[in-house]
Design a protein around this ligand. Sequence first.
Ligand SMILES: NC(=O)c1ccc[n+]([C@@H]2O[C@H](COP(=O)([O-])OP(=O)(O)OC[C@H]3O[C@@H](n4cnc5c(N)ncnc54)[C@H](O)[C@@H]3O)[C@@H](O)[C@H]2O)c1
Length: 419
Amino acid sequence: MKYDVADLSLAVEGKKRILWADNDMPVLASIRKRFAKSKPLRGKNVSACLHITAETANIARTLKAGGANVALCASNPLSTQDDVAASLVKDFKIPVFAICGENRSTYYKHINATIDHKPVITFDDGADLVNELHTRRKKEAHRIIASMEETTTGVIRLRVLANKGKLKFPVIAVNDAASKHLFDNRYGTGQSTVDGIIRATDLLMAGKKVIVAGYGWCGRGLAMRARGMGAIVVVTEVDSIKAIEAAMDGFEVMPMAQAAKVGDLFVTLTGNKNVIRSEHFRVMKDRAVVANSGHFNVEIDIPALKKLSKKMRRGVRNYVDEYVLRNNRRIHILAEGRLINLAAAEGHPASVMDMSFATQALEAEYVIKKRGKLAVAVHDVPIEIERQVCILKLKSMSIAIDKLTAEQVEYLASSGEGT
Ligand SMILES: NC(=O)c1ccc[n+]([C@@H]2O[C@H](COP(=O)([O-])OP(=O)(O)OC[C@H]3O[C@@H](n4cnc5c(N)ncnc54)[C@H](O)[C@@H]3O)[C@@H](O)[C@H]2O)c1
């Protein structure tokens, strides 16, 4: 078995973390049990470009239990948990090509190793694997039955491809399923972003002015959690509807140019580029902390910050680089602008990834059933799959809900009754 991980001797610790996470992933575990019997993915080669975390290990185990031959690579150079990667290879016999801190060329070499695996189904978190299959490795695209996309930024990239008429196979916007983004992006990113920032800096949130750029699913999760810890939260937005939502949720809303002057901690979660740039760095307070939790490391214009700085001290603390501006103010950039929750913490808690990855696993089963019948387009997850995941999750949480009565079903389907 070919693989490329940092150190196989880390497997003992990795296995403990994988099994610990599994305790909090009951929905995925129940699907794994069913897959082990019915083998819906029997003999299928599957390649997944995902953050190599304990939770990802558990979806890989689930796909393997379903009969798939799975190969994994990282969807970010800094998010690989090396102990988990080691255990996947050693204990679960799943080939992994991922090393935390890998450079750009190794990152792409690893993605290509999973294409050499000849997948018929792919999973992506940010569309880097699909992008290879549309550019350098496009001759391999004909084999793909469908590809699953885990995050907002990936779905945006895929829609651009589809709109240009360049998409080569069906893709499923798993991110857009309610059973994914309502919980994963909001509660998962919300909590783990705070976790990453605190692990990196030991910052006290209470009383700090925290600037949240982007009030989408991730941004509102972070804003909610930061407020809960006593921070004074300011939101910046470009969308008038989201801006009103933020204001009515009780947050201050202002342009970044204004927020830059008052913030203690800045976090970008927009999926956009250069959201914090020269004109903002110039007016920031001394020791402002700047982090990103959006998918790519383009949200903070670090090259511009380099130009403005007379000195840079790398690693003044793990995950913290200090830039000293010509006015002597210091700016602290976390994790080189890469997603802080995965770089400095462990990513989303397993309990929420349970829903995302259960949706992914059921979707893999679905695309096999629909083989050849799915149009080459960006598809939504069928509502039945979203509901199935939510019903199983509620059950695992021992929460029961009401059922519509026959009378209510009839009432909702009629238009006759009024005042
Ligand atoms: N860190 C993680 O683990 C994690 C998890 C899920 C998603 N993500 C990523 O986080 C990013 C946001 O995801 P989401 O689901 O919240 O997306 P979303 O589309 O729901 O929200 C993004 C928001 O940013 C706003 N925005 C865009 N440009 C802006 C700008 N210049 N200034 C201020 N606001 C701006 C948009 O109007 C939108 O409201 C994406 O890149 C996504 O892939 C990261």
